[in-house]
Ligand binder design. Structure first.
Ligand code: PAF
Length: 297
């Protein structure tokens, strides 16, 4: 694996079909799953590590966002990444004047409403990374379902030639969706956080048993989270996967998107519904057999 800092170096070193995994670092098995999928499908795999200040709001955790480049490069190398792209701010944003992409309405809902400016920052950096690298395929986790919807919209709206590949959420053995921010969860907070996936899994069970009413499914998650100590539900919303339109009755593709706060930490998660051969099927993500690298210390 080669570490590079410029778009020109990435383009010079890449050959054949190029798979791209954008990250903000502090890698875990969720990122590794994206990298492995990229390795399976592409000749050259590029992963980026760039903590994008533009997508953090005032009062968010930009200064404390976990960073560990040594550990990240070991994980990326082991996953089979060919090029680890670690640009500085000027490489990504050469002009102070950044032409902001005008976002669709759905980017203002749910996470967009809670985190003003967040999706603007995500769309801006993703467009710059995709145009700078020009990969054939780019891999995004389903855990950030609204981000994934926005990236799909962006690729269509800006006529980018990259195919976006969604990859299922990876989870700790107790169900907690992997996120670099799980590092903030210790002791009781860590225990409390698992209520979110417990609620989602109960809602998924209800769908598999035939429940299709949106408010009922949202209510199942709310009830489980309300029963747990130390966690406060922010929202539970059954929405379409592509535009995050609210759904009264389940149809596919859709996501049951949830968010909760545990102390200062804002957690998001979801289960996704898609149309399979026998009707609506549920993607709950992949539960790891052993605790992830995030639980190591
Ligand atoms: O999902 C993330 O880690 C970030 O939002 C992304 C896509 C790398 C953009 O900074």
């Amino acid at each position: 694996m080669k570490m590079v800092g410029t778009f020109a170096e990435v383009r010079d070193a890449a050959y054949g079909s190029v798979g791209f995994v954008p990250t903000m670092g502090y890698l875990h098995e969720g990122h590794v799953a994206l990298m492995l999928e990229a390795c399976r499908e592409c000749d050259t795999v590029v992963a980026s590590i760039f903590v994008n200040a533009l997508q953090f709001g005032p009062g968010e955790d930009l200064a404390t966002y976990p960073r560990d480049l040594d550990r990240d490069s070991q994980l990326a190398k082991r996953a089979g990444v060919d090029l680890l792209f670690v640009p500085d701010r000027d490489e990504v944003y050469p002009d102070d004047e950044i032409a902001a992409v005008e976002l669709p309405d759905f980017a203002g809902r749910l996470e967009g409403e809670r985190r003003p400016g967040h999706f603007q920052g995500v769309a801006t950096v993703v467009e710059l990374l995709l145009t700078g690298i020009d990969p054939d395929r780019a891999y995004f986790g389903l855990k950030d379902a609204q981000q994934l919807a926005l990236v799909n919209w962006l690729v269509g709206a800006r006529r980018l030639s990259t195919t976006i590949v969604p990859v299922s959420t990876r989870r700790e053995p107790d169900g907690l969706a992997l996120s670099s921010r799980n590092r903030y969860l210790k002791g009781e907070s860590r225990v409390a956080a698992s209520a979110l996936s417990r609620g989602l899994f109960q809602a998924a069970d209800a769908v598999e048993a035939g429940e299709a009413d949106g408010p009922t499914l949202e209510g199942i998650v709310s009830a489980v989270v309300a029963d747990a100590a130390g966690i406060e539900l922010d929202y539970a919303a059954l929405v379409t996967s592509d535009r995050f339109e609210p759904l009264e009755k389940l149809e596919a593709p859709a996501v049951l998107a949830v968010a909760a706060n545990v102390s200062e930490t804002h957690l998001i998660d979801n289960v996704a519904f898609f149309r399979g051969e026998d009707g609506i099927e549920v993607d709950r993500g992949v539960v790891l057999e052993r605790p992830s690298v995030l639980e190591e210390n």
